[in-house]
Design a protein around this ligand. Structure first.
Ligand SMILES: Nc1ncnc2c1ncn2[C@@H]1O[C@H](COP(=O)(O)OP(=O)(O)OP(=O)(O)O)[C@@H](O)[C@H]1O
Ligand SMILES: [Mg+2]
Length: 393
C-alpha cells in the first residue's frame, strides 16, 4: 500500500471510496493546454495537452531547448505554470507546492548528497516527511535490498560506479512511494552498455511497481524501447503523441519523420487516392503511400516518407532506368555515392536524378558487393504500403 504523501490526494483508486470518485478521475496525470513563459519572455511550452494512465511509461523526446525539462518541472512543482492546468488523479495541482505533490524527480546528475552515505541518501526523503528513525531505516533497507545496493550502503556517492549511483538515485526517489516518478535524462551520463542494462532494470521496476513514469530523454531509441507512448516535442509544442510503433511507422509531421528512425523524405504534390493509397506526383514519378489521417486534397504539397530499412536495392534497368518492380511497389533510380559497412549493417547513400539523396540501411550480406559499390547505378523499391504520405509544412 502506498503511503499518502499529499493529504488531499487519494493514494490509489482502491484507497478511497469508489462511489465518491468523480467520473472524470481516470487519468493519473493530465496536462490541459499548459503554457510556460519565462520571465525573459521565452515561450518554453505551449498548447501542451497530455493524459497519462496509471502505470503508463511516457517519454518526452525532442531537440535541446524544446521544453522537455520545463514541462517536467511544472509537473513536479519546481516551475510555476503560466497558463493551463496540471491535474493529478483529477485534482488540479497548479498551486500545490512541490513537496506536497505525489511526485518524485530524478535529475540528470542524480543530485545525490556527496557527504552522506548511500543509506543516508536514501533515508533523506523519509526524514523530510517526518518518519521516525526506525521506520525510515527499515524502509530504506527494503529499497536497498530491492536495488541490490547492500554491498555499498555505507559508502559515499563518490565511491560508486555510474550505474550504482543511478540505482541510489532511483532508490531515493522510490522509497518515498511516489504516485508518479519524473525522470530527467537519468541515463545521460552513463556509457552505452551500462545504459542498456539500466534501461532494462528501469522498465522491469516500473512494471513491477505499477508507478507512472514520465521520462525525458534526448535519445529517441531509448524512448522507443522503454515507453508505452512517446511525446515528440518541438519548440515547446507536441508534434506527435503515439505509441513507439505508430511513431516509427506512421509519422504525422515532417519534423517527426526526420527526428524518429531513418526515413527518406521525397517532396511532391498530392494527385489523389488510388486503391486506398495516396498517390503523389514527385520529380521521380508518381509514388504511393498510406495517408496518415490528414485531409490532403489534389494539388496539396505532400511528402512521401520511406523508412530506410523498407528499401530494396536492384540493378538498374537495361537503359539505366527502372526495372519492372510490380504494381505494388514504389521505385526510384539513382547512383550509389557512398557505401559503408559498420558491423553487420550496410549504410548506402543513393543520389537521385535531381540531386536528392536517399539513405538505405540493410544487412551487409543481403547484396552483392558489386551492386552496392560507389558509382553503381541502382533502382530502389519498396512496397507502397510501407510509405506514409504527410502534409508538407
Ligand atoms: N530559467 C529559465 N529562464 C529563461 N529561459 C529558460 C529557463 N529555463 C529554460 N529556459 C528556456 O526555455 C526553453 C526550454 O528549455 P528546457 O530546459 O525546457 O529544454 P529541454 O528540452 O529540457 O532541453 P535539453 O534537452 O537541452 O535539456 C529553452 O529555450 C531554454 O533556453
Ligand atoms: Mg532538459
Amino acid at each position: 500500500m502506498l503511503r499518502r504523501i499529499a493529504p488531499d490526494l487519494p493514494v490509489s483508486i482502491g484507497d478511497c471510496d469508489r462511489e465518491r470518485v468523480p467520473a472524470t478521475v481516470s487519468y493519473d496525470l493530465e496536462l490541459r493546454d499548459v503554457r510556460k513563459v519565462y520571465g525573459n519572455g521565452t515561450i518554453a511550452v505551449e498548447r501542451f495537452d497530455l493524459r497519462v494512465e496509471r502505470g503508463e511509461f511516457i517519454s518526452f523526446v525532442g531537440p535541446s531547448g524544446c521544453g522537455k525539462t520545463t514541462t517536467l518541472r511544472m509537473i513536479a512543482g519546481f516551475e510555476a505554470i503560466t497558463a493551463g492546468e496540471v491535474l493529478i488523479r483529477g485534482q488540479r495541482i497548479n498551486e500545490l507546492p512541490a513537496e506536497r505533490r505525489p511526485t518524485s524527480t530524478i535529475f540528470q546528475n542524480f543530485a545525490l548528497f556527496p557527504h552522506m552515505s548511500v543509506q543516508a541518501n536514501i533515508e533523506y526523503g523519509l526524514a523530510v516527511k517526518g518518519l521516525a528513525p526506525a521506520e525510515r531505516r527499515a524502509k530504506a533497507r527494503g529499497m536497498i535490498e530491492k536495488l541490490e545496493l547492500a554491498d555499498v550502503a555505507a559508502r559515499r556517492p563518490d565511491g560508486l560506479s555510474g550505474g550504482q549511483r543511478q540505482r541510489v538515485a532511483l532508490a531515493r526517489s522510490l522509497v518515498v512511494e511516489p504516485e508518479i516518478l519524473l525522470l530527467d535524462e537519468p541515463l545521460g551520463a552513463l556509457d552505452a552498455n551500462l545504459r542498456k542494462s539500466i534501461q532494462n532494470e528501469l522498465k522491469l521496476l516500473q512494471r513491477n511497481l505499477g508507478i507512472t513514469f514520465v521520462f525525458v530523454t534526448h535519445a529517441q531509441s531509448e524512448a522507443l524501447v522503454l515507453s508505452d507512448r512517446v511525446v515528440v516535442m518541438n519548440r515547446g509544442t507536441i508534434e506527435q503523441l503515439s505509441t513507439p510503433y505508430e511513431l516509427y511507422r506512421r509519422p504525422k509531421t515532417p519534423f517527426v519523420a526526420r527526428f524518429i528512425g531513418r526515413n527518406a523524405l521525397i517532396g511532391g504534390r498530392m494527385i489523389g487516392l488510388s486503391d486506398g493509397l495516396c498517390a503523389v506526383d514527385t520529380p521521380h514519378g508518381a509514388l504511393r503511400g498510406r495517408g496518415n489521417g490528414e485531409d490532403l486534397g489534389p494539388g496539396d504539397a505532400a511528402i512521401v516518407v520511406v523508412p530506410s530499412e523498407a528499401i530494396d536495392i536492384h540493378p538498374a534497368g537495361r537503359s539505366g532506368g527502372m526495372p519492372d518492380l510490380g504494381r505494388d511497389a514504389n521505385g526510384l533510380s539513382g547512383q550509389v555515392i557512398s557505401s559503408d559497412v559498420v558491423g553487420h549493417t550496410l549504410f548506402l547513400v543513393v543520389r537521385l536524378g535531381d540531386g536528392a539523396e536517399v539513405r538505405v540501411e540493410s544487412h551487409v550480406a543481403r547484396y552483392a558487393v558489386d551492386l552496392v559499390a560507389v558509382g553503381c547505378d541502382v533502382a530502389l523499391s519498396w512496397a507502397a504500403e510501407e510509405s506514409t504520405i504527410i502534409r508538407q509544412d
